[in-house]
Write a protein that binds this ligand. Sequence first.
Ligand SMILES: NC(=O)c1ccc[n+]([C@@H]2O[C@H](COP(=O)([O-])OP(=O)(O)OC[C@H]3O[C@@H](n4cnc5c(N)ncnc54)[C@H](O)[C@@H]3O)[C@@H](O)[C@H]2O)c1
Length: 303
Amino acid sequence: MATNETSKGGGAESIRTVGVIGAGQMGNGIAHVIALAGYNVRLNDLSKERVDGALAIIERNLGRQVGRGIITEENANSTLGRIGFAESFEDFGDSDLVIEAATEDEQIKRAIFVDLCPHLKPEALVATNTSSISITRLASVTDRPEQFIGMHFMNPVPLMQLVELIRGIATEDGAFACCRQFVESLGKIIAVAEDFPAFIVNRILLPMINEAVYTLYEGVGTVESIDKAMRLGANHPMGPLELADFIGLDVCLSVMQVLYDGLADSKYRPCPLLVKYVEAGWIGRKSDRGFYDYRGEAPVPTR
Ligand SMILES: NC(=O)c1ccc[n+]([C@@H]2O[C@H](COP(=O)([O-])OP(=O)(O)OC[C@H]3O[C@@H](n4cnc5c(N)ncnc54)[C@H](O)[C@@H]3O)[C@@H](O)[C@H]2O)c1
């Protein structure tokens, strides 16, 4: 994969160093799989503590892969050695590709791209891991919409095979082909989606989760019965409310709002109970409480 040349619109061999913005649950997984594939990674967040926290998670997850015989101890150590801390966007000057995986908020993402672009070399590609926001709109605030793409990894990144690739209206074929090769070099499988709100996976998945929250809100079932019904009745590996906690209720709400605003159809109206949980700060596993309380030995339903 990695060679010395860097050329606009080249194959994935033009990518050696990748910047990742946001070291949350997606950013740490993205940094993990990219470094494991042999690329150098620069990881940025609002503070060094957050990046240190992400590195500790990556180390633990690499350790699990060693334990399962998927990678060797040596692989794990060299992977960690390839991930460095980017204190500011200035540290992305040598990046061939930067992937933004910060909070799902359009204003935050726009501000990031405006600050980021002046520090990049002209040929660098820029990708966003947004779950739902328009790629074309985000690209429009950059100085390089033709080198901008949606690269939507699934959670947890080291385990999930799929990556959705979404081109904005201006994305050039060369940039798209380079990103496609890059994602394939990570051992992932691509589904190409058009740039409409929430793309494919979340356009289908999030309304189902939102409907599960309405089912709870209207008293049709309890947290436990709804999750059990969908696990055993639809053969889903996780119930929709467990899955919502896993994704993050803040992310779920943002995606529903993007669908509701972008498609102007009342069927996407976010459930008021989902709004209430987010307002309470009960946003799922990452805050230790959502539809389940994770503070004890085993998760306990909160309703
Ligand atoms: N959670 C999921 O299941 C999932 C799946 C696919 C895609 N996504 C998308 O990935 C992105 C990140 O989601 P997440 O679940 O990792 O969220 P998260 O809350 O775990 O992490 C977001 C991180 O971004 C950081 N951040 C915020 N503003 C920043 C800035 N200006 N500069 C640098 N870092 C900043 C935060 O400090 C935080 O560490 C979102 O766009 C989300 O929609 C999430």
